[in-house]
Each structure stands twice: as structure tokens, then as C-alpha cells.
Design a protein around this ligand. Sequence first.
Ligand code: ADP
Ligand code: MG
Length: 831
Amino acid sequence: NEKNISNQEKFEKKMLSQPAVFIPVNRLPEIQEARLKLPVLAEEQVIMEAVRENPFIVICGETGSGKTTQVPQFLYEAGYASGSGIIGITEPRRVAAVSMSQRVAKEMNLSTRVVSYQIRYEGNVTGNTKIKFMTDGVLLKEIQKDFLLQRYSVIIIDEAHERSVYTDILIGLLSRIVPLRNKKGLPMKLLVMSATLRVEDFTENTKLFRTPPLVIKVEARQFPVSIHFNKRTPMDDYTGEVFQKTCKIHRMLPPGGILVFLTGQAEVNNLCRQLRQAFPLRRGNTTNGEDEDADTSEAMRTFKKTKQKKTVSLPRIDLDNYSALPVDEGDEDRDAGIGDEEYGGSDLEFGDDPASTEVKADPSIPLYVLPLYSLLDPEQQAKVFRPPPPGARLCVVATNVAETSLTIPGIKYVVDCGRVKKRFYDRVTGVSSFKISWTSQASANQRAGRAGRTEPGHCYRLYSSAVFGDFSLFSEAEITRRPVEDLVLQMKDLNIDKVVNFPFPTSPSTEALVAAEQLLVSLGALKEPLRTGSLKQMELARLSCPITPLGRAMASFPVAPRYAKMLALGQQQDCLPYVIAVVAAMTVREIFEDLDRTAASEDESVKLAQRRARLNQMRRLWAGQGASLLLGDLMVMLGAVGACEFAGCTPKFCEENGLRYKAMVEIRRLRGQLTNAVNSVCPEVGVFVDPKMAPPTEHQVVCLRQIVLAGLGDHLARRAQAEDILDQKWKMAYRTPLLDDPVFIHPHSALFKTLPEFLVYQEIMETTKMYMRGVSAVEAEWIPELLPQYCHFGSPLESPSPWFSLSTGTIKCHCSSTFFRIAWPLPAVEK
Ligand code: ADP
Ligand code: MG
């Protein structure tokens, strides 16, 4: 249709795409001075010219070169937010969206009403917002409401190298949205920003961009970093090795901050404790990074007093004797970091380290130790940006958060354990586990690079160069490693029926897509595929089921499909406020504080024991009796939410009862958000959520259990039967249709001792055993009614052994007059 557009229109279009305006920004002189030092400033003109000429741009640059904080400012000054559209920036991590919006507002001397953020639970976006930072999931939701994203003139996808699932999908969608917008005369730009050079998945993927996007490389002023490999690779006690090396650096080497990479929160806290013990706090000297609250000495006094009283005889309750169990930590950290920079320096062993022959440092210099991980509260996190106390050496012990999202100033030494903690999913069984594995070469190079930002630095790799040679070059995209039913549902809602054909930067496997469509069909979100025609046609039909009205309602809820199904069923028997509370609690990661962690100090260990005892007491109270008890862990969550709200959701209540305050606040917000979502989907329901709710009646609890069963139907488990129990490993165990191995109720669970015949679980986590988390008991006779899609109805004669037969992958049970078998993942046959 290009020919029908008049020259005048063409001219107007061109003008629109070339904002000639310059919007002045009134920065403080010290800010202006600091930003002039950032490498990205040198490229401003190149970047802005490229943006004017091209719809798709990729900007690569070393972490800390100023991409996130500066590029939105360039666009603002060039007028990209002065018309009707605003500038949107997506981040894979919430921490980054919040802290970067605040940083940019500060740099631009603008209020957070103008430079704002939106994450899942909260935001400060106003009608005046011109620059909006958000998580990638938030933008994906907005695309559902307005496919053309008409509010935006530019979208920046930041941290694209992290290859988060939503980021990947956004790039796929925007590769289509941007040309559509330009065709309609509503020009739009897409900028993809990445920490390093590995961008071929975006630029050389012809399915994605028909004309390859322009790549701009920001040359960073990176100082050489000498890499020192270990001679041997410690396999088990790498944390001990990390400790030794950190101490050695602090004792021997000249001033400069130390950044230590470990894999998770527990390791970080342990090392912080060890380092603080090795370089102890001097009284009156507040330099060891611990909280120096006014009550420290008070706590110390109480501790001493309680110690004299021999507090070992704290009230001990039976559920308390599992502290030897490994603690699951959340997957707060993504695998990240792609890059292949060459760093200066040769592969030297630590012994030949030239740095060790430099002037020996004064061993009495205090070490200012700070932890950094994403569940840490924001004030603690912010400490790493501030200079250490005068005369002290900064030592940040971090997880992957410090690899690319946050740049810590003043780091000269990096200690890299070479490992990373990742969530692994078994695509067939749905079992997930956190495993510590080797990181990638790209990631290791990113970590090393953190040492050379302000002067030449050193990176100590606690593994041999041979081991490094065996690392994979890059980390895998997340989309290839996780179930995709939520994404598939979102796409179907965008009328992308053939998800297999979607231009993913890296496509999930067909297997994963089929599993997702099957689950969605069984939840009623997609129409059943045709079972006629050739094999090929049937195969295709299985991968292109259209969405149902129920599916559309489910897609509009900001939770995973299983939980969305529960919300969709929730209005029965006035259960909706409870369903909303339970779903909110289930989707917020870890509402209970990790009380099994190793205490960072002695007084903390006393506090921990007290809180542990209290939490266990509360858990039993919240679990209730009768039907309430059978709702199991979900009742405990509901009880925790209810009790916390009655107490006014205060940090004090959470602290006393072992709840994570941050999680409880999130749950409250999410309850509000889910209530609005339900009301907008079915206004006639008119649900109203009072934060304070009365406990559900026994009758309502029974309904809740059924609603949970309907949502988690594919996560049904049955108590191991007599013939199994002969084998010791099946004692107290459960069977699930997809696994050959026994699974267990987690000792933290409210149903740990109840052992109901049938139950549904939220997920299976593999630690020392396969543990089901979030379990809730169900009655056998509900199964054929609520999950007919999983049942095969037939006469008892057909199956001589009415009980368990795993060889056929089925669960059989006897109920009233019918036998039924539940089989996965086969679809149901005729009743
Ligand atoms: P990139 O996105 O290229 O990794 P950033 O824009 O995040 O780089 O960072 C640019 C600079 O801004 C870095 O030197 C970083 O330390 C600094 N910076 C970022 N956030 C803050 C903050 N909250 N306080 C102080 N300095 C910050
Ligand atoms: Mg950045």
C-alpha cells in the first residue's frame, strides 16, 4: 500500500520518526561529571543516529558501561518521550527495575512520577511518567491488552544476554509489532541491550528479523585483569577454598575491594560469618559490615543472659528435629553472562602471582564484609554502592546478582568459585531441583571483568585451566530448560495458535510444547485437538489447539495456568476470597523465613531457635483440625495470611512468627491485583477482598480442597500400597503416575504425619529425597467427578488388581460402584 500514501504523509511519517526536539535535562554538576566518564556517552551520537535510521538496534557493551542508566536519557533528550508515546525499558530482575528507575530519576533530577517503575506487585507510574522501567513479564501482560503498545514510542529490552524467557518472547513479539506499527504510521523503535557480544541468536536469526538489526558496540575502558587458575580443582569443599583465598588476598595484597562469587544465599551468609570471625569486629569500631543497630549491644546482653540461663532447654517440639535437612533456596539467580572478552594477563598459578610479591598489605586493616543476593532487603543491598568506612577494605560476598545486573564500585580482586546454582526441571515428570553446576566460560569471563573497572585487577579462579576448558562456552537460554505452559497460554490468548511457528530467539523443544498444550487442554483452557486425519495432521492439531473462553479468562489472571484454573472455579460457595489468598500465597516464593539456615552469629542462633519453635507452633495452629487440616500446607498458608492481616501485617508479627515480611506484603498486593482481575473478567461475581477475613467454614474448606484438586489434578499422588511397603525405600512414600521412584511429604508439611491416601502437591523438589511441597489431601470419590479427563472408566473385571499398578503408569482406586484409573498423560477415552 506504500504507493497510496501521499508524499505529504510520507513526510509527516518521517518527521514523526525523527524527533528534532531537544528536551533539556537539568542534572547536578557532580552527576554530569560522573556520567561523562561512562563509555556509552562517547557513543551517544552514533546510537541516536542509528535509532533514527533503523527500527531495530542492538547495543552491546561491557557491564557498567552505562547502558541501562544512560540510553533512556539519550532518548528522552531526543524527544522520544515528548509526544504521545513514552520510553519503556524491561529488566529480567525486579531489583534492577526498581533500583535503575530510582537511579535514573536521580541523575535526571526528575521526580519518580516522571521516571517510574512497574513490577508485578507494585509501581509508581503516573499519568506524567515519561520513562518507565518494568519487568519483562509486565510488558508481556500489556501486549495482551494492547498488541500495538500504543503508549510507547520506544521499547528497550535490557539484559537480553540473560536470555530470560519473557525477554526472549518479547523480542519475538516486538519483531512483529514494530513493523506493524510503522506500517500504520505510528513509528516505534526497538532497542535490545546486552552485556556482551553473543548476540547472534538475535541478529542472525532470519526467522526473527528479516533484515538484520544494526549492532552498536560500546567500547568499554576495561583495564587488564590477570587471571589466576588453581593448580587443582577442589570438588567438595570449594567454600573452604574460597575462604582461604579471600583471607590470603586480604592479608597479602594491596588495597582494593574484593568481590567473591558463590552460588546461593546460605553459602553467602556462611562465608560472611567466617570472614567476620577471622577479622573480628573491634568494639566501638563499626567496620565489619554487620548491622550496627542501636540494639546490637542490647541483643548481646540478652544473649549473654540467656546463655547463662542455659537456653538449651527451649521448648522443643517434635517437628523441630529435621534441622539436618538441606534447605531449598529459591532460584533467585539466573544463569547469566555471555561474553568472550580477552582479558590481559596470562594464566598464572596463585604461587607465581606477581601481586603476591607486591608490597604486603597491613594485616590489621579491617575487612568490611557485605552479603549480596536478591532476597536481601533493599537497604542492605544498597550498602554495596556506598564507600566502605575509611581505612577498611570492602569485601562483597555475592551470588550471580553481581555478575551483570549490579556494578559494585571499587573492586580490584575477584574470587570465583566457578559454580552456579540453577533450577533444573525434568520435562517429563515435572520434578525440579536446584543443582550446583559449573558455570559457562562466558559467565566466568564476566565475573573476572568485574575486577578491572577502575584499575588493573586480579581474578582468582578456584579451578584449573583444564576444567575451565571444559566449561560450555555460553549459558543456555532459560526457555529450553523450563515448562512453558504459561507462555503457551499467553500466546494463545494473543491468537498465536501455532506456537511452534513463533519466532523464538531459541525455540523450546517440541516435546515441551506438546506437554504444555496437553496440560492446557486438560485444564479446559484449550480446545481438544482433532483425533482424525493422518498422523501428521493429528500431530499438528496437538500443537495448535485454539483457546477456549475459560482459557481467555485464565490468561487474564497474572498467575500460572494451574492457579488460574482455581481462580476461575473460585466463586463457588463464597470461596473466592480464600482461593485468592491461597493462590497469592502459593505464587509468592517462600513465605516462611529460612529458619534452618546456619546462624551468622551466636545471638542470631538463639533468636533463630526461638523463632523456629514459634513457627512450628503456629504452623500446627494454622493447619487446624478436620477438613482444615486436610487442606494441609495450603491451610497453613491461608492461616498465616489471615493471622498476619489481623495483626495489621506488621514486620513485628512476621519476625515473631517466622514469616517473611516482604512476602506477606507481596501477598497483600497480589490479593488486591487478583481481586481486580477476577472482577474485570466476571463483573457479576463482584468479589471484594477485605484484607482481614474470617477463617473459612469447614464446608468451605472442603470446597477449597476440591478447587485445589481441579487445578492441580495432574499432580496427584497416592500413598504407597502394601506390596510396596515391604521394600524399605517405600516406607511413608507416595506414588505418582510419572515417576518410578518414591516421593515423600516434606517434614515441614502439615500432613507429614497424617499421610492421607490421596493428595495433590504444588511441586516436587529433589533434595536428599523427592519431596512434595504444598500438599493438600483429596478424597478418592472426587477424582472421577473433578478429573474425568484423567480417568479411564471400566469394569473391575478389566483390571483384576484394583490397586496400584505402576507398570501401566496408572493409579487405580476403588470408589463407590465404579473402578477408574487415572492415567497420564493420555487423554481420556469414552466414558
Ligand atoms: P550497564 O547497564 O552498562 O551495566 P549501568 O548503567 O548499570 O551500566 O551503570 C553505570 C554506572 O552507574 C556504574 O558505574 C554503576 O556503578 C553506577 N550506578 C548504577 N546504579 C547506581 C546507584 N544506585 N548508585 C550509584 N551508582 C550507581
Ligand atoms: Mg545494565
